[in-house]
Every structure is written in structure tokens, then in C-alpha cells.
Design a protein around this ligand. Structure first.
Ligand code: SAM
Ligand code: SF4
Ligand code: SF4
Length: 455
């Protein structure tokens, strides 16, 4: 650092809080953050914009010049202080360009042979004419052209839809990772044989199992669901398909304490993946929310378990979580909602911005009337995205929140299904606040102090 730089003032841009003996400094505008010990914090405090580097160095003795400069460089690289350079200032998460299409959640039917108490899509009976297999295939073609990587064939219960196997084969042949999201109760020998034909392709059979205890699972999923689902899983395991199986566990008040047993079950059965989510107040779950909704404390305990289990079992059991999408990790990347990347298409062909959106006012088009490409690029979707992106500047609480550019005002879809308004505050704001802080501290534990921590 030459004398010129020394003459420049340092301009602090920060918000902070202290945890244990460490100081957490956040530049919420970029956003970027860093963690300092006592010595680093003393140096940082002198970065008031009125001191040159020489002035600061003189004030913070004893510290070697090298150590001093290392800390200064670290603060600068972390974008916490600047030397009169406007380069990094004023950056904010504004409306991003339409993201590439990577995945489609396709509900190929709304019919279901079960009647789970929490079902977010109110599955059961048919809701009218199901979108044709041809139209679904057109969407698959477009997904492939767009260099998308995966598709969910879901429902309702996808295995009740005639032609599901044809779609599976079509998507796999096109090279897509194809995830059949099923309750597993209809996987008999014949169905298992169909799956087994594809076991060496990018096939995931995602099977919902909400407890290792029959009585708990059946309280959620209905009488005998447990035995039938286990039988379905066994059929696949008998065919050497453990690596193709993913268990889906949706935590609610009844089953949240079974989460560890479920992981042990997967390990014992040599199942490849498990995906966790917390129950959302959506669909049928809304009517029984007081009985099944997780408290903040339960949600936090659950999230910590999932997070740590994932680290612990890396390479043995792949642990996925919906929260990856709902609140991408601070410390890894800025949260930019993946809206547009992974649309949901319901059984009637209605397209929604993402998997969690539902309701008439969230429909951005219908594939029976328009191509998926024109729907993605059309005005209804643009208008919804714009309003959602503006939330960080319009929601009172978010405007002054230190997490705002990391959190991007939380999940708009959740606000929509709870309040009927996607411009409202994320009802899980308290959870978001906890999660951002938790991930930062975890990240520090991973990389240690005085490393660069761009979000
Ligand atoms: C709607 S189901 C459709 C596929 C299939 N019938 C099944 O049960 O897996 C897809 C996943 O969504 C989960 N799910 C249902 N209702 C939910 C809710 N209210 N909140 C979060 N996840 C929910 C299910 O447990 C299941 O794992
Ligand atoms: S969660 Fe799945 S199995 Fe249960 S009712 Fe909904 S669609 Fe059917
Ligand atoms: S949702 Fe909550 S945590 Fe996220 S920016 Fe808004 S106020 Fe902050």
C-alpha cells in the first residue's frame, strides 16, 4: 500500500453485532460480511472515514505492520471498508434477468389414492381435463432445449395417471434427471419392474414417508399407508435400486421427533437420498395448522438437525432440504429467489412462478394456450416478478433490516398462500433471521477468521 492509498480515507459501510468474542460486521448493501476478533475490531473502529492508514496504524499498537495490513486487506476484500473507490458501493439486489429454466415441477394429475391431512395441492379428485401427454412432452422438449437438468413428475399421485411410464421414459431418454414424486403405495411388482428398467439412468423415485412409526405415518397419510409404502420401497430395494430411492420427509408437529429415526432407516436400507421439508400452511394443511404447524422453536431444532446431519453423512446419504431453495445460504451466495428457474405446472396446464405458488392470481399462463417459453417471457410473469423484487424496498420491516439484501424479503410464495398477498412480509421472517445468522456462524467455523466471505 503506497502513500497515495494511505492518504485516502476509509469509508465504513456496516452494521454489526457481537457474538461470543467475535464481532460480526455486515455490509448489508452489497451484501458481504466478515468476522473480526478484538484486534481486528479495534482497527475496524478507527475506519471512520477521518483517518489515514498511517493514523490508524499508529493508534493500534502493538501490532506488526504485516498483521495490520492483512487485516486492512481483509476488511477491504470483504467489502466492509473502501478507499474512496465507488466501485463496490450502491450495489443492491435489483430485479434480476429472467433466470434460465433448470427444472419443472409437473403435476401430471391432481388425482390421488390417498387423502393426507397436510396435502398442499388438495389432491384427491380430478380437477377437470388433464393436460395431454403431448403437451407435457412439448414442455420436456423446451426444457431440454433450454439446457434444463431435471423434471419432477408429481401430482397428486403420478402413478395413477395412465402414461406416466411413457413420460418417464421420454424424459430420461432426453437426458433429464427425472424425479417421480410418489407416495409409494402403488409400487407393486409390475411398477417396480418398469422403474428397474431405468435404474442405470438418471432416475430418482422420491417416496413420501412421514415417519418410521406406522401409527404416526398413518395419522398423516391415512390408514395402512405405512405398510403399503414400505412394501413399495422394498420392491425397489429388491431390484437393487437403493441409490435411485429418495425418501421425502415433511416435518410437522406429529412427526418432527422421528427425524433421526428416519435418517437411521435410510442408512440401514442403504437408500441414496433423503429430502426434508417443513410443512407449509398451504392446501389442506391450512385447515389443521394449529395442530400440525411447527413452532419457531421446533422449526429451528429441525433445521439444525438437518443441516448437521447433511454435513455428517456427506458421501453416505445425500441429505437435501427444501430450505436450500427457500433460503439459499448466506455465506455461500446472495439469496436470489429462483423464481422462473423452476416453474410449477398443474394438472390442467396452469403455470406458476415456482413450486410453492398456487391460486388464480399466481397463474402466469396455461400451456394449452401458449408455449412455456412465451409464458416465461410474457407480461404476467414479468409483472409478478417485478412486484416481488420490489418487496425489499416496499415492506416496512425489510426496508431497514440488516439482512435485506441477503434475504431479499424472504419467500413471496409463502406470503401469498398465508396472506393472499405476494407483496407481503414472509410469515417465516423470524425463522429467516435466525437462519441467516446461523449459517454465517457455521461458515466461519468452516473457514476460520480472516478469510474472505463474499456472500
Ligand atoms: C404433494 S406430494 C405429490 C407426490 C406424492 N403424492 C407424494 O405424496 O409424495 C409431494 C410432496 O409434497 C409434500 N407436501 C404435501 N403437503 C405439503 C405441505 N403442506 N407442506 C410441505 N410439503 C407438503 C408431500 O409430503 C410430498 O412429499
Ligand atoms: S401428499 Fe401426495 S399422497 Fe398425500 S394426498 Fe397429497 S398428493 Fe396424495
Ligand atoms: S423477511 Fe425478515 S429477515 Fe428477511 S429481509 Fe425482511 S425483515 Fe429481514
Amino acid at each position: 500500500m503506497g502513500p497515495e492509498a494511505l492518504a485516502q480515507v476509509l469509508r465504513p459501510l456496516r452494521d454489526l453485532f457481537k457474538k461470543k468474542d467475535l464481532y460480526f460486521i455486515l455490509n448489508s448493501e452489497i451484501p458481504s460480511w466478515c468476522m473480526l476478533d478484538e484486534r481486528g475490531y479495534t482497527i475496524f473502529q478507527h475506519c471512520t472515514g477521518e483517518n489515514t492508514l498511517d493514523d490508524i496504524y499508529a493508534k493500534v499498537q502493538p501490532v506488526s505492520h504485516d498483521q495490520f495490513l492483512n487485516i486492512i486487506r481483509y476488511l477491504r476484500k470483504s467489502l466492509i471498508i473502501s478507499f474512496d473507490s465507488p466501485h463496490f458501493e450502491g450495489i443492491s439486489v435489483k430485479m434480476p434477468a429472467l433466470p434460465f429454466l433448470t427444472n419443472i415441477y409437473f403435476e401430471i394429475t391432481s388425482r390421488c389414492n390417498l387423502n393426507c391431512i397436510h396435502c398442499d395441492v388438495n389432491a384427491g379428485k380430478s380437477r377437470g381435463k388433464e393436460v395431454s401427454l403431448e403437451k407435457i412432452k412439448e414442455c420436456i422438449d423446451y426444457l431440454v432445449e433450454s439446457k434444463g437438468v431435471s423434471i419432477y413428475l408429481s401430482g397428486g399421485e403420478p402413478l395413477v395417471r395412465k402414461g406416466w411410464d411413457h413420460l418417464l421414459e421420454y424424459a430420461l431418454t432426453k437426458g433429464l434427471r427425472t424425479i417421480v414424486a410418489t407416495n409409494g403405495t402403488l409400487i407393486n411388482d409390475n411398477v417396480a419392474d418398469i422403474f428397474a428398467q431405468h435404474k442405470n439412468k438418471k432416475l430418482v423415485v422420491q417416496i413420501s414417508l412421514d415417519s418410521t412409526k406406522k401409527e404416526v405415518n398413518d395419522l398423516i397419510r391415512g390408514k395402512d399407508a405405512f405398510d403399503r409404502t414400505i412394501k413399495g420401497i422394498e420392491h425397489l430395494l429388491d431390484r437393487g435400486m437403493g441409490k435411485n430411492v429418495r425418501i421425502s420427509f415433511t416435518a410437522n408437529k406429529y412427526n418432527v421427533s422421528d427425524v433421526k429415526a428416519m435418517v437411521d432407516f435410510c442408512l440401514e436400507k442403504k437408500i441414496g437420498e433423503i429430502i426434508f421439508s417443513k410443512v407449509y400452511k398451504q392446501g389442506r394443511a391450512a385447515a389443521v395448522w394449529d395442530t400440525i404447524g411447527l413452532s419457531l422453536k421446533e422449526a429451528i431444532t429441525f433445521q439444525k438437525f438437518v443441516f448437521n446431519t447433511r454435513k455428517r453423512l456427506k458421501g453416505t446419504l445425500e441429505v437435501l432440504e427444501i430450505e436450500d431453495k427457500a433460503a439459499p445460504a448466506v455465506g455461500t451466495k446472495v439469496r436470489i429467489c429462483n423464481m422462473g428457474q423452476e416453474p410449477r405446472i398443474d394438472s390442467c396446464g396452469n403455470v406458476y412462478p415456482c413450486q410453492l405458488f398456487d391460486g388464480e392470481d399466481a397463474i402466469i399462463g396455461n400451456i394449452n394456450n401458449d408455449s412455456l417459453q412465451s409464458i416465461r417471457e410474457g407480461e404476467p410473469f414479468y409483472n409478478i416478478r417485478k412486484k416481488i423484487c420490489e418487496r425489499i424496498d416496499t415492506i416496512f420491516k425489510c426496508k431497514s433490516c440488516i439482512w435485506k439484501n441477503i434475504c431479499a424479503a424472504g419467500c413471496a410464495a409463502t406470503a401469498h398462500f398465508v396472506y393472499g398477498d405476494y407483496t407481503a412480509l414472509d410469515p417465516m421472517c423470524d425463522f429467516c433471521t435466525w437462519w441467516h445468522e446461523y449459517l454465517i456462524v457455521e461458515r466461519i467455523n468452516q473457514v476460520g477468521l480472516y478469510h474472505i466471505h463474499y456472500c
